[in-house]
Design a protein around this ligand. Structure first.
Ligand code: ADP
Length: 479
């Protein structure tokens, strides 16, 4: 019998995306449908969203939900079955899902996402769902509301996409949440004297998953646990890593309309037009023989963009080109712009979020730099593999689990799909870039590596099966 799951997420591709969470929340439900799991996804109706989902139908209404009237609307978007929390006083705002146009986080984010959690718990308790799948701190309070307010034992799986985003707020806000005061303690949602939304998610979940097996191990250590390693060690028996995939129908170089030329593993040479389009767009020397590297991602310490910038001499030593695509911290944005300005024809930068340009970069670059200091799973390397750009990744988290380093043994075994180096080391990043540059000068070898990369299974196929098995075990009461 089909299992009914309520997923709760603050961003869902293609409706709202700031990072990998959206990709996963958008791709996992259709992948689970193939395993007889029917997912309904609850998300906030941010400004403009209702105009992009087609017909909506009202399911519930509250005269007063955390300070204003609210409605729950059902809608469909592509393969997604959605429930939208339309609470204008909380979500109808200019800017992104978490911050205003000036990039400053909204002052009432705790209440905004507490409302999401409270509504999710009410639905889970009353609407016949077999299980709740809550994503990240924004859905961290679902379990608390379900156990403490609704007093129901619907199983909750909490998935951590990034332990660095913890949703911590002053204790003075706790009374606004409508939770029993006894819940504000270490064995509850208190986290070092504050309200901890991620902490609550971890504490009240029946099972915790994170997005790669390596990250599941790393977050149980003091180095990777960001203050939560003790709790996670205590819950080790309920914690596992399930690797993210990407929607290979959505991310398909043979059909992607964002590309200058479409291609597949049988016709990799057709990528060349995408590289030419990138070189033209960024004013780089239009030379197909120059190796083109790119970086795509949030401009943040986590992503190691500073290391990528410091590694530029090794790119120049190889006479290579570089494209930087990202947005984030102002200082890092400035450094990217500065690198492009100082090296016209060799380095190009686009500061902002541009899905189509990202796709062209995956399709036209020869290699993608992913020098993250830590990386729960990482999707950029999966997109790169799928589009035939060889990933150069730090050996951490999901990067470690998805890219096979092109060392001599892996090359002779025919399994290498990229290059990897010890996370955080500039010297070893530069060495990996050097190895990629040497491989580039051996075109038959490079083609073999590209073919291996494109043949990697980056789909949801396997992982969706793992989620489905976990959900069934829990729903049957064997968790
Ligand atoms: P994060 O930690 O930001 O979630 P992931 O690697 O899990 O990182 O996911 C990042 C996703 O966002 C990928 O699909 C990547 O292509 C995309 N992305 C990141 N930055 C940009 C950007 N500036 N423009 C377009 N897409 C981007």
């Amino acid at each position: 019998m089909s299992l009914r799951v309520l997923a709760v997420a603050s961003e869902v591709f293609p409706l709202v995306k700031t990072g990998g969470l959206a990709d996963v929340a958008g791709a996992l439900p259709p992948a689970l449908a193939g395993h007889d799991v029917a997912v309904t996804t609850l998300m906030p109706a941010y400004r403009g969203l209702l105009g992009r989902v087609g017909e909506v139908e009202q399911r519930l209404a509250w005269p007063l939900l955390f300070g204003g009237p609210a409605r729950l609307l059902a809608a469909r978007a592509g393969a997604l079955d959605l429930l939208l929390l339309d609470a204008p006083h909380l979500f109808d705002r200019a800017g992104g899902p978490y911050a205003g146009e000036n990039g400053v986080p909204f002052g009432d984010n705790l209440l905004r996402f507490a409302a999401l959690g409270a509504v999710a718990a009410q639905l889970a308790a009353s609407d016949g769902f077999d299980l709740v799948h809550a994503h990240d701190w924004q859905a961290g309070l679902v379990g608390a509301y379900l156990r403490l307010v609704q007093q129901r034992r619907v199983p909750v799986v909490f998935t951590v996409h990034n332990l660095a985003f913890q949703g911590q707020y002053p204790a003075s806000l706790f009374p606004l949440l409508g939770l029993p005061s006894a819940a504000f303690r270490t064995e509850g949602l208190e986290y070092f004297g504050m309200v901890g939304c991620l902490k609550a998610g971890l504490w009240y979940a029946d099972r915790i998953t994170t997005v790669s097996p390596s990250y599941a191990a790393e977050i149980r250590t003091p180095e990777g646990g960001m203050g939560l390693d003790g709790l996670l060690r205590g819950r080790a028996g309920s914690l596992s890593g399930i690797l993210n995939g990407i929607d290979t129908g959505e991310w398909n170089p043979a059909t992607d309309p964002a590309l200058a030329a479409r291609f597949d593993v049988g016709d990799i040479a057709a990528r060349a037009a995408n590289k030419a389009a990138l070189q033209a767009r960024f004013g780089l020397e239009p030379d197909p023989s120059k190796q083109l590297f790119c970086f795509i991602g949030r401009l943040a310490w986590q992503k190691g963009i500073d290391l990528a910038l410091e590694a530029i001499p090794s790119l120049f030593a190889a006479d290579a080109q570089l494209i930087l695509l990202g947005s984030g911290e102002a200082v890092l944005e400035q450094r990217c712009r500065g690198a492009a300005r100082a090296n016209p024809g060799r380095i190009g930068a686009f500061i902002g979020f541009d899905e189509g340009l990202a796709r062209l970069c995956y399709a036209g670059s020869d290699a993608v730099l992913v020098p993250s200091r830590f990386e729960p799973c990482g999707l950029t390397q999966l997109c790169a593999l799928r589009y035939g750009a060889l990933p150069i990744v730090a050996r951490t988290g999901g990067l470690l689990d998805t890219v096979i380093d092109g060392n001599e043994m892996a090359i002779s075994a025919g399994v290498a799909t990229g290059f990897s180096f010890n996370a955080g080391s500039l010297e070893l990043l530069m060495e990996a870039i050097g190895r990629a540059a040497r491989a580039w000068r051996d075109p038959p070898l490079w083609s073999r590596l590209q073919a291996n990369a494109m043949a990697s299974d980056v789909s949801w196929q396997h992982s969706a099966g793992q989620y489905a098995a976990l959900f069934r075990t829990l729903a049957a009461g064997h968790g």
